[in-house]
Design a protein around this ligand. Structure first.
Ligand SMILES: [Zn+2]
Length: 269
């Protein structure tokens, strides 16, 4: 039976990736998802910080498996503001280049920011046009784009919407990223996996009480992790799974990883 392969956040132990990579390796981190922008204290452009981080991770024996582009109002692939949408597409193209630098095989896609009520369909269409404009570049770089289910009020807030969005591309380069915390707010965590299963490429695992995106350790919120594990086994999922939270109290990266797999009903590593 395939087992999800747990990766950690690149800034697990602090923000200066170039200074904490060795401590991360000691804590048991073997692979990470790097979220941009990296700490500006590292100096230089986003690409230059990527070069610095790449060197630090390689020296520490840590693989950068996934890249997460920058978020926020100033990055919106679904925006009706054409200049904003174009600059966001430019950022995603740069991030694909950064994936090539790291050798990262996956890149997260947030289809958009908050949609205006009544204009969701237009937002989704613009997001699809945006993603369509860099699918070929991603494929040529060997990067799979994984589209994430987002919290309520954001473009693609449910597993069903992500499935429909991804399926329309009919391309192995465009897959889905299941986020357990977001699903616990807008959807049903285990059910959303079932809906997304045929196109699933990545997981973001973290817990909350169902009211907000709290990024808690699995088991410290209201998600039924046994049911999540059952849904992943039914989907035969064995791809990457980011523990999207900082180092939890009393844990090493290795113990967070084994605790999460145990809660989901997988045998210990
Ligand atoms: Zn996420």
């Amino acid at each position: 039976m395939p087992v999800p392969e747990i990766v950690h956040m690149a800034h697990l132990l602090g923000t200066r990736i170039d200074k904490t990579a060795d401590a991360m390796a000691e804590s048991g981190v073997t692979a990470v998802e790097a979220g941009f922008p990296l700490d500006p204290a590292m100096g230089g452009t986003m690409k230059e910080t990527a070069v610095t981080a790449d060197r630090a991770f390689r020296n520490a024996g840590i693989e950068v498996r996934v890249v997460h582009p920058a978020l926020g109002l100033e990055r919106d692939l679904s925006s009706a503001d054409e200049a904003l949408r174009a600059s966001t597409v430019e950022h995603y193209r740069l991030m694909i280049e950064v994936c090539g630098l790291f050798g990262a095989r996956f890149m997260i896609v947030h289809a958009g920011d908050r949609y205006t009520p009544g204009e969701c369909a237009e937002s989704v269409k613009r997001a699809a046009d945006s993603v369509g404009s860099f699918v070929d570049l991603a494929a040529a770089t060997g990067v799979t784009l994984v589209v994430e289910n987002l919290p309520s009020g954001y473009v693609l807030e449910s597993g069903r919407e992500v499935f429909d969005f991804v399926e329309a591309f009919d391309s192995p380069t465009v897959r889905a990223c299941y986020d357990s915390g977001h699903a616990n707010i807008t959807d049903h965590p285990a059910h959303a996996i079932g809906v997304m299963a045929p196109v699933l490429g990545h997981l973001h695992l973290h817990d909350n009480d169902g009211t907000a995106d709290q990024h808690r350790m699995p088991g410290e919120g209201s998600i039924d992790w046994g049911a999540v594990g059952d849904a992943l086994r039914t989907a035969c999922y064995g791809g990457p799974a980011l523990l999207e939270l900082a180092l939890a109290d009393g844990h090493t990266a290795a113990s967070m990883r084994s605790r999460t797999l145990e809660l989901m009903g997988y045998a210990a590593e």
